[in-house]
Design a binder for this molecule. Structure first.
Ligand SMILES: [Zn+2]
Length: 100
C-alpha cells in the first residue's frame, strides 16, 4: 500500500482491485487461497530470502484483508484490538510468558 495509506483505505483498495472476483469465488475458496499463501510464507521462512519473505508477507496480508471483506470485518477496527496487548492492556505486553 502507498505510504500514508490507512488500513481502511488499503482494505478498500484491495476490494476495488479484486472484490468482484473475490465475491464470485466466495469465502470458502478465498480462505483456501489464504491458507495456501500461509504455506508459501512457511516455505519462505525456511529459505530465508528477504525479498521472498516480503512478497509472501504481502500476499498473506492481502488475502487476510480479502477474507475479512467477504465476512464484513472492518480490518482497521479489528487491528485496533492490538493497539495494546488485548489481554493485559500494556505495551509491551506484561502477560506471563507463554500465555499469549
Ligand atoms: Zn499482555
Amino acid at each position: 500500500m502507498p505510504p500514508g495509506m490507512t488500513l481502511r483505505e488499503f482494505q478498500r483498495q484491495i476490494d476495488a482491485t479484486y472484490g468482484a472476483r473475490d465475491r464470485a469465488r466466495g469465502v470458502d475458496g478465498t480462505f483456501r487461497r489464504l491458507v495456501e499463501e500461509v504455506g508459501e510464507l512457511a516455505r519462505a521462512l525456511r529459505d530465508g530470502d528477504p525479498r521472498t519473505l516480503e512478497e509472501e508477507t504481502s500476499d498473506v496480508l492481502a488475502w487476510t484483508v480479502t477474507v475479512a471483506s467477504l465476512c464484513g470485518v472492518d480490518v482497521e477496527r479489528a487491528a485496533m484490538r492490538y493497539a495494546n496487548c488485548p489481554k493485559c492492556g500494556a505495551t509491551p505486553c506484561a502477560c506471563p510468558h507463554g500465555s499469549s
